[in-house]
Design a protein around this ligand. Structure first.
Ligand SMILES: C[S@@+](CC[C@H](N)C(=O)[O-])C[C@H]1O[C@@H](n2cnc3c(N)ncnc32)[C@H](O)[C@@H]1O
Length: 358
């Protein structure tokens, strides 16, 4: 029998409140905990991977990243998604200097504090990596000695109910990694048309019941708009039932998160901007967790690693103006069985690496 435990432990309540104070969501005057902090034992039981973890985030494929990225001592690596700082720290320990970026101010604060002892060898900035060019310009840096992108969300973001990513811990339907942006999950759920929601759940969530879920949402929001995560997760569960280990709202929540943060758009732009700043011989490593992300990385690397382009209607092959990369990993590197067992969230990770040739 499954053990029952509260939806949010005291340590998580403290964490939620600490984060809300730091984001000025609530004032320093004590107030009643909001209703969405209500305990819910059943839901917490449901998500196998969401067990409480005091670690901010367990870095995935860390030895493989170091082996394939080959950071040189004294070179500057851009860790464009520093999160809990695990990869950043490993890069610093290898002897490289690091420019650590994250669009989430909580991650930036955490990494700044945790890695302060590396002094001037680490620079931390809050930025979306799609704007990495501006950050490099501001710092007067033209080229860099390596780039790491570890996409998606951190465990801390997922587990902090106040951020609204979780379908097992109730919170506001938010899902913004950068809280200064305006689009939230609530806006999408309450304002997108049925057609838009269907397309979103189908394309970004690869959800087979996309149309039925969109239709239910549109019907339910007429009487009461969705404001919190659990009512939405429960409505989806009631509609499509449970099949297997995965919570039935997983794909819909993933689609909402990717839309709120324009994750695919940021990846396409970020790859272009960042690869342009890579020094000859330096490498870029990208860890993705979603097939659409992996496809974008694979196609970008392939399009930049082809020296000649040919079409049946052309009299002769033409030189590819984008040719500037060499593939280091023709096939993606995946976590070992041991890593997948020790860290279930690593299961879908794929690492691709390419090297700048000019
Ligand atoms: C999987 S975590 C990275 C974990 C990190 N490598 C570590 O070792 O702890 C992903 C992080 O990327 C950040 N992120 C996602 N998309 C981003 C973007 N477009 N620009 C900047 N940061 C982004 C998230 O806020 C999150 O902190």
């Amino acid at each position: 029998m499954r053990s029952k435990r509260p939806l949010i432990s005291m340590s998580q309540v403290q964490l939620v409140y600490k984060s809300m104070f730091s984001q000025n969501v609530i004032s320093a005057v004590w107030c009643e905990p909001p209703a969405w902090l209500a305990l819910n034992a059943r839901a917490a039981d449901d998500e196998a991977d969401s067990t409480e973890d005091p670690v901010y985030h367990r870095p995935v494929l860390q030895p493989e990243v170091l082996r394939l990225l080959k950071p040189k001592s004294g070179s500057l690596i851009v860790d464009a998604t520093c999160g809990g700082g695990g990869h950043t720290e490993a890069l610093l320990e290898s002897g490289a200097d690091v420019l650590a970026l994250d669009q989430d101010p909580d991650a930036v604060q955490h990494v700044t504090e945790q890695l302060a002892h590396f002094g001037r060898r680490v620079i931390v900035r809050q930025a979306n990596f799609r704007h990495a060019g501006c950050v490099l310009d501001e710092l007067g840096i033209r080229t860099v000695g390596g780039i790491l992108l570890d996409l998606g969300v951190s465990s801390r973001q997922l587990e902090n109910a106040a951020r609204g990513f979780s379908f097992v811990r109730n919170g506001p339907l938010d899902m913004r990694m950068d809280p200064t942006t305006s689009l939230t999950a609530a806006t999408i759920v309450n304002q997108y048309s049925e057609e838009q929601l269907t397309q979103l759940f189908r394309e970004l969530g690869e959800e087979p019941a996309a149309r039925r879920i969109a239709s239910l949402i549109v019907k339910m929001r007429k009487t009461s708009p969705f404001r919190e995560t659990l009512p939405l997760a429960r409505a989806i569960e009631k509609l499509i039932g449970r099949h297997g280990r995965q919570h039935p709202a997983t794909q819909v929540f993933q689609a909402l998160r990717m839309e709120v943060n324009d994750e695919l758009g940021a990846l396409e732009q970020g790859l272009r901007v960042l690869v342009a700043r890579l020094a000859p011989g330096a490498r870029i490593a990208v860890i993705s967790f979603h097939s659409l992300e992996d496809r974008i990385v694979k196609n970008f690397f392939r399009d930049h690693a082809r020296e000649w382009l040919d079409k049946p209607e052309w009299p002769a092959p033409q030189h590819n103006p984008d040719y500037d990369l060499k593939l280091v990993t023709p096939k993606p590197t995946e976590p070992s069985d041991d890593e997948q067992r020790a860290n279930p969230r690593s299961r879908s990770a794929k690492l691709r690496v390419a090297e700048k040739i000019k």
